[in-house]
Each structure stands twice: as C-alpha cells, then as structure tokens.
Design a protein. Structure first.
Length: 724
C-alpha cells in the first residue's frame, strides 16, 4: 500500500510531499522531528482531514492551503485515520465526566455536558446580577427540590409553566433575607407571634382601605405591590389622554395619573403612619437588634415593611421571590429548558449505545491494569447520570500507596497524578479505540504524536509492547506513523519493533518546506557505528577529539599527557595553535583499535586551522544534514575557540592562561564580565548555554546533540565571528 501526502500551508507546514510504503511486513514508520519542526502540525492536519475540516495556516491565514492524502491513488477513507495525541486529550478532558464509552460516544456525551454547562453558566451569571446571591444554583435547588437527585434543570423544568403568572420582583439582596446561616429563618420561627400581630393589623388596614383590598379566598389581593404595578402601567398618561377614567369602589372618579398617584400615596400613608402598626414594627425591630447578624435583614424591612406579613410563611415567600426573579428573565429560563429537553433525548441514545460496550471495557481494563504502572487500579462500576438519573458505566480508581487502598473518582485521581501518569491514564481511551476497531475489522492508520512523551520507562515500554502487538496482529489492520522529538524513544521503538532503516525518517524544517531524510541514523551506538571505524572526513576527525579524550579520561586519567594535549585542542592554550593533526591522530590510533590501519591525508595541518576550515565549509553548505553529529561537534568547538580568543585578546595579561587549571571558558567569561560587561556578554552567554554539552560530552549520551538545531549553531558561529 502506498500512502501519499501532499501538504501546503497546513498549521505551519509550508510544504511536505512524501510517500509511505506499507506492507504486512513493514507496518510502521517513525519520524524524528525536533520540537517546532512539524510533529503537532502533521498530526493536526491528519485530524482535520479525518474530521472533514480544512487545515489552515493560523498565522498567515491568507495563504492557500492544500491537503491531499491518498491511498493507492484514491482519497484515504477519513474513518481509517486515528490521531493519537495524549496531551491534547488530557487538556480537553481535564474537567469532563468520568462517563466511560468509546471515543465517539464519549465525545458526544461530553459535548452535550459542555453545551449545557455553558448555557447554565450564562443563565446563572445573569441571575446573580438580579439576586446578588452567592450561590444561585444551590439556592434554587434547595428551594424547589422534590426529589433527592433534583438538579437545576429539573427544578427549572417544573417552575417554567408557573412563570406565566405575574410575580413581584423584589429589589433587596437575596441573602439579606434568605441567608446561608439561617439566622432570619430562626428569627421568624422564634418571633412568629410578633410577625403575626403585625400581619393581622396590616390586613385590617388593607380591608378598611377604600383603595387596597385583602382577599380571604382563592382570588389574589390588591395590595401595595399590585397598586404600584398598576400605577406604573399608567404612568405614561396614554390611558387618560384617550379620555378613559378609573372609578374606585367608593365612586371616586380618577381622570389622570397624577390623581391616581395621590390616592395611592395617601392610602400608603394611612398604613405606614398607623400607630398600632408602628408599635408592632418597633417590637419586631427590638428583637432584631438583639442579633447583629440580622442587621441586613432589618435594613430590608425598614425600606419595605410590606414584606413583613409575607415572611411569616418563610419558605413560601422564598419561592415567591424566586418566581419574581425568574419571571423577569423568563426568556433565559425558556432557552435553558428547551436546550435541556432537546439534549436529554440525545443523551438517552448515547447511554443506550454505551451500555452495549461494557464487556469490551472490562477487557480493556484487564489489559490496562496488567500492563501500565500507575499508583491505582481501574475498575468499572455503574453510576447515576447527572441529567438522566440513569445508570451509566463509569471508572473508579483504587489508589494504592503500598500500605492502604482507597476508592477515588477521576477528578481526585487526576489531581494527584504526575503528567506522565495522566498520560498513562489517557491510554485507557486509546486502547479502547484500538480494540473497538479490531472488533470491527477496521483498517486503521495511526498517527501518533509524541505518544510516550513524559512517561517513565515502565509505561513507555508498555506502550511500545502494545504497538508491537498491533504490528504482530495477524489481521493486518493497523499501520502507524509515529512522530517523536525524543531521540531515545526513536531508537528504542526502532529496536523493539524491528523497524527497517528505510522506515526511520528524520524531518528538517527548511525555509520553504519540510525535508525528510529517509535513512535511519544513530540507531545503535553513534560513535562505534559511525565514527570508530572510519576517518574519511575532517569533521569526523574533529568529532573524535572529545570522544577520544573521554576514553582516555576513563583509562589513563585526566593527568595523562594525552588527555592534556587533547584538551589543548578544545581550548586556546599556550602553544595550542601549534598542535598538528598528525599528533592527535597518533593518540587516536593508540586509543581506538579500529583506527590502527587507518591513514589521513591532512596530517600536516594544524588542528585549530582544520577546525575553522571545516566550520566554514559547513556553514556555506546548502544541503547541510540537520542531524549529522559531526557538523554540530565541529561548529561547537569552533564557536568556543573563537569566543575564548576574543576574551583573551580583550583581557590581555589579565587572562593569565597559565593560572587556569580547569573550566577555562567559564573562568575567562567571569573575568570578562567583571572587567567589561558590555553587549558582547549577551553573545558569550549564548556560547556558554549552547555549547558546553557539545564539547564536554559523555560520548555515550549523545541524544541531546540530535535535538540541537545545526542552524542555531550556524547563527551563533556567525554572531561570535562579528565580535570586535
């Protein structure tokens, strides 16, 4: 099978045109790409294609995008792509449900919860502006709960039909009357007789009023709120300008809004100035003053004494207050309930489908628990869905610390897991998707973006072994393109899966395109395989200088003459400019057995001259190999030699090279910074930052050098050359 890709301007990939040749014997490709080259862009482009979306260049969005993915000349089936990106999945699911299902069902399930949660947050934010309540959601649930598992949605669903009536909208702060501590409620219960006395007198005044009316039956009274609402509805005067008039029950005719307001104010004054009512209020006030926690409540009833009779039935009054708030934003209520009812139907179908997967999940969990090393064991249990109140499969975690075991939910577990352990947690979903595709017999192309990054070695090998199982699957369903910025993982997976060199690629980001090197390099010991047996280039000779020095350090020690001479090649020492290549090659032949029969044609050159000659050749090459270690070693050594020469020339006699026994670059830098501390320090800082590991390298730990961009070293080389 031939998978052809042609990407242009896709998430930072300017151009990438290449082909993958898959067969039952060659199912895997591994691409090494340092960070910022193309890994995530490559994976995201495949994901866009799989989801039927068009990729783009997020920065230069006016650029024309092209994304062609063909299998044997035909457009690749979108459903055959599975993009694996643990970090993206972890971020997306950080606050989502513990509901367990196949990837597609879980995504639909969580999308519904995201949507409803977003709608709910918008609703609550608006409601808080009206109520000034500290926790509107729990207040509504506590007020209107009829069943133990009621939530905001179920409560609003019951309330919605009642909002067709009119309710008073109170302007006091909700928690001043309905406080969290329950102080007001306790006061009402304790002093109900005082409130009742006030209410009885208040009702008497309403009943004796020629304007107000207190109904003792099922009909609504016409009290202060109703009168105020009525007055406001006529405030613009249009009713009276149309030559209408109002006739009160005592026969008084009202022909203007001004006259109406005067009558209402007069009737209110009769109530508010009533001596018996005033004394009754003072008794209530006296009891309130005994509790400092009731001061806010006192302020409310001082401004609006008409609510005093209502608080006698405290719970009913609370409902009426909420009705008023919710009535004032009934459009929001209608919208939220409509969204809820619409999504409930979808959720029911998702849960029905998910229940069919339970046996599959039990199998996945067995695989996961046996392979991955995390401080918990995973189990499956039924939990109640928040919205539907139906039983759904959910994960529980038995956390183990060596002595005890405790059941935890997903959020609790994730709060104590390391990043690597969270990525291992993600593998549950990954394994389920793979096993589901196995069951379907679905041919799949896996695009793995740093699938094992941040894992410890046990879990890294667990992933590799699982990928190996897929490779060995006799149904030949799975083919992988594995992207990584970790060269150790690149080497390990190549070895464990037995991937041939032609399927081990390296990606390099060039100015106009991504270049692919299709020759696996440094898969085994880099020095033994690539340098130890040949010396046919000057850059390899230069690279062998620190390598040989490391060996001599272990065999003869750093006091030996050979070690000192090799060190002189890496620094500006007295007479170091005079050392010949032949002198150093002789030491190499004595140290490295494979060089005994080798010869060189440039032995008469001076080592430092050779280093700079080779560095200049490298920086002027157009087709430079991004991953070639010999280029990076040569540039790094040349950079340090130039930097040391610059500092020695500037320091003059203060350089005192004879007095420096070790760490010469650092000693010179510290002296220079004290004496000059000019703009050159910035460049010298970069030399110290980028080159020490390249020179003083343990030759058997070369992976960090692979990650260092040769172009960064070229830029630094040119920058150091410009120092004056």
């Amino acid at each position: 099978m031939q998978l052809d890709i042609n990407f242009e301007n896709c998430f930072g990939i300017k151009k990438l045109n290449t082909s993958f040749l898959f067969s039952n014997e060659k199912k895997n490709y591994v691409i090494y790409a340092s960070n910022g080259t193309m890994k995530s862009s490559f994976a995201e482009t495949f994901l866009c294609y799989a989801e039927g979306n068009k990729p783009s260049d997020r920065i230069f969005d006016d650029r024309i995008t092209s994304c062609d993915i063909k299998l044997d000349g035909n457009d690749l089936d979108k459903t055959s792509i599975f993009v694996v990106n643990p970090d993206k999945e972890i971020d997306a699911n950080e606050k989502i449900s513990s509901f367990i299902a196949s990837r597609d069902l879980k995504r639909k399930y969580d999308d519904i919860y995201r949507l409803l949660d977003l709608e709910k947050k918008t609703f609550i934010t608006t409601l808080k502006g009206k109520t000034q309540s500290s926790d509107c959601e729990s207040e509504i649930i506590d007020t209107f709960r009829e069943h133990v598992n009621d939530d905001l949605f179920s409560c609003l669903r019951r309330i919605q039909p009642l909002l067709k009536q009119e309710y008073e909208l109170y302007d006091f702060k909700y928690n001043d009357v309905f406080d969290k501590k329950g102080s007001v409620k306790s006061f009402v219960e304790k002093n109900g007789f005082l409130i009742k006395a006030y209410m009885e007198r208040y009702v008497e005044l309403l009943e004796s009023s020629v304007f107000f009316h207190k109904d003792s039956g099922e009909h609504q009274s016409f009290g202060v709120y109703q009168a105020d609402t009525f007055s406001k509805s006529l405030a613009d005067g249009a009713f009276f300008r149309a030559e209408h008039k109002i006739v009160l029950k005592d026969g008084v005719s009202v022909e203007s809004h001004k006259k109406l307001k005067e009558i209402i104010d007069c009737e209110l004054d009769k109530i508010n100035n009533d001596e018996k009512l005033r004394k009754s209020f003072e008794k209530i006030q006296k009891e309130i003053n005994k509790n400092v926690e009731l001061r806010a409540f006192e302020s409310v009833i001082e401004k609006n004494q008409s609510i005093i009779p209502l608080i006698l039935d405290y719970e009913e009054f609370k409902k009426q207050v909420w009705y008023g708030y919710l009535k004032s934003m009934s459009n929001f209520v209608d919208n939220l309930v409509e969204k809820y009812e619409e999504k409930v139907i979808e959720l029911q179908q998702i849960i029905t489908d998910a229940k069919k997967e339970n046996d599959q999940w039990k199998k996945i969990i067995r695989i996961y628990n046996s392979r991955f090393h995390v401080p918990f064991k995973v189990e499956l249990e039924n939990q109640e869905d928040v919205i539907l109140k139906d039983k759904v499969a959910a994960l529980i975690f038995k956390y183990q610390d060596g002595r005890n075991e405790k059941n935890c939910n997903k959020d609790k577990i994730k709060s104590v897991l390391s990043k690597g352990e969270k990525r291992a947690f993600f593998m549950l979903q990954f394994i389920f998707e793979i096993e589901s595709r196995k069951a379907e017999g679905k041919q799949t192309f896996l695009i793995c973006d740093d699938i094992a990054d941040s894992f410890d070695y046990k879990n890294k090998y667990a992933i590799i072994e699982y990928l190996k199982d897929l490779q060995n699957d006799s149904n030949n369903l799975f083919y992988s393109i594995i992207l990584t910025h970790n060269f150790d993982f690149y080497r390990t997976i190549a070895s464990r899966l037995g991937i041939p060199r032609e399927n081990l690629w390296t990606a390099t980001k060039c100015e106009s395109e991504i270049k692919i090197s299709k020759e696996g390099k440094y898969i085994k010991d880099a020095f033994a395989a690539n340098f130890g047996g040949t010396i046919d280039s000057q850059s390899i000779f230069i690279t062998l200088i620190p390598f040989t020095r490391n060996i001599i350090e272990y065999t003869k020690g750093n006091k030996s003459e050979e070690y000192k001479k090799l060190t002189m090649c890496l620094h500006r020492k007295v007479d170091s400019d005079l050392i010949l290549v032949s002198d150093i090659f002789s030491i190499m032949q004595q140290t490295i057995h494979k060089l005994h029969e080798q010869s060189i044609s440039y032995g008469t050159k001076k080592v430092h001259d050779l280093i700079f000659e080779e560095a200049e050749r490298i920086i002027n090459r157009r087709d430079i190999d991004e991953t070639a270690l010999e280029n990076k070693f040569t540039l790094s050594i040349a950079i340090r030699l130039m930097a040391e020469k610059y500092m020695i020339d500037k320091l003059g006699v203060n350089a005192n090279l004879e007095g420096i026994k070790k760490d010469q670059m650092r000693v010179l830098y510290n002296k220079y910074r004290v004496q000059f501390n000019d703009s050159s320090v910035f460049t010298l800082d970069k030399v110290n930052l980028m080159t020490p590991e390249n020179i003083h390298v343990n030759a058997f730990m070369f992976e960090p050098l692979i990650d260092m961009s040769v172009y960064h070293l070229i830029d630094l080389y040119n920058e150091v050359k410009t120092l004056n």
